[in-house]
Design a protein around this ligand. Sequence first.
Ligand SMILES: *Cc1c(COP(=O)(O)O)cnc(C)c1O
Length: 467
Amino acid sequence: MESTLAAQSGGPAPSPGFATAQIHAGHVPDSDHGARIAPVYLSNGFVFADFDEARARFDGDDDGFTYTRMGNPTNAAVERKLAALEGGVEAVVVASGQAAVTTAVLAVLKAGDHLVSARSIYEGTRGLFRDNLARLGIEVDFVDDADDPDAWRGLVRPTTRAFFGESIPNPRNDLLDIPAVAAVAHEAGVPLIVDNTLATPYLLRPIEHGADIVVHSTSKFLSGHGSSVGGVVIDSGRFDWTANRRRFSHLTDADAALGGDTWVGRYGSRALAQYARTAVAARLGPTLAPFNAFLLQQGIETLSLRVERHSANARAIAEWLERHPQVESVDYSGLASNPSHALAQRLLPRGQGSVFAFTLRGGHAAARAFVDAVGLFSRMTHLGDVRSLVLHPASTSHQQQSAEELRRAGIGQGTLRLSVGIEDLPDLLDDLEQALAAAREAAVDPDEDSGFAATAHTHLLRHAAVS
Ligand SMILES: *Cc1c(COP(=O)(O)O)cnc(C)c1O
């Protein structure tokens, strides 16, 4: 009898290692044909055996499938795997990372509620919070110094209902101190939602550090192949929604949709996930296509190997760039020079990920020449792909930001974001080296320090030592 790990029963996991779990967790062998890989169930609906089974599936007495927007066997297999890898009680897959953040937030907050978020977050999420949530009547305050628990505490209002942050914000790697921020959230009686996209559960499991809800863009490292967009919301099952009954009344008051039951009464520790699945995601409609769930599943099976290599390559490149005379600064938490380095040693001992920024001397002109010169690196706005990518945030992802916002985000005209892939390190260094040579040739911004030319020779010697 093959172990399918805790996922089928919902019971305690026999705690296999991560690499074992990423392959086997959640897998239920196909009983019809013995297919080793979870099949792709491209079926919108599922047949009911008889009248009574149809009724039972609708009133929740039978947990079989009804319609793919509510759940699908292929999606369920990857949900069980993701819940096991993050140490949660249930996962809900949706069509994108943006849909995951939206679903998580709308499963907790309503009009009139208040959200406290780190300021250093993904631009799409920042826009969602600032514009869309505002239009829905949910107010958001952004914490500038997310490192400081008092800064979070200071923004709490009587209507605050959740905290939000990212484990590894890009491009600056100003890590979220999850244990400290979770403690303040719990003191305020609200859940902490963590976007763990850039860390992945291989490097960091936010629930183990106190987070209550974890979200991902599965489009990135979890898939790795860059061939399908997706997202997931994972419920830790630990937050006590009943501790203050008036606060999360949608989960603790009788709901006609449950025949007068409450979500907590019916689903216990899985109340939030069930509400997110059936009352939010299934109604707003961002269903993950089962084929994309299948592709995600294929990606996750090699997650640990990829992330190890991503992190090792990124670390070597960050160290190399930091020593390079054309480089003004490198924002990588794996470097001793980074303000988050001590936190990285505590929270990310296995590796610090592979998405980070560095700033070239020579400003805009140097950055432009660099971007136009890369060959192996793709000019692309994506990350966590097996391929290495480069982006100039000031003219792309962050182009809507004011000069003041850019300054606050640590993004200058010479700043470039890398997502380091899993190619051979010497090939990546060669490409960076020739792109830096092109940047050196480019017209230099008169306002910038141009003292690097004289040190080019020393740099080449250093390069020889690294690669
Ligand atoms: C990409 C990304 C998102 C959005 O995910 P999509 O799958 O592109 O919708 C959200 N958060 C982070 C940290 C991301 O990197």
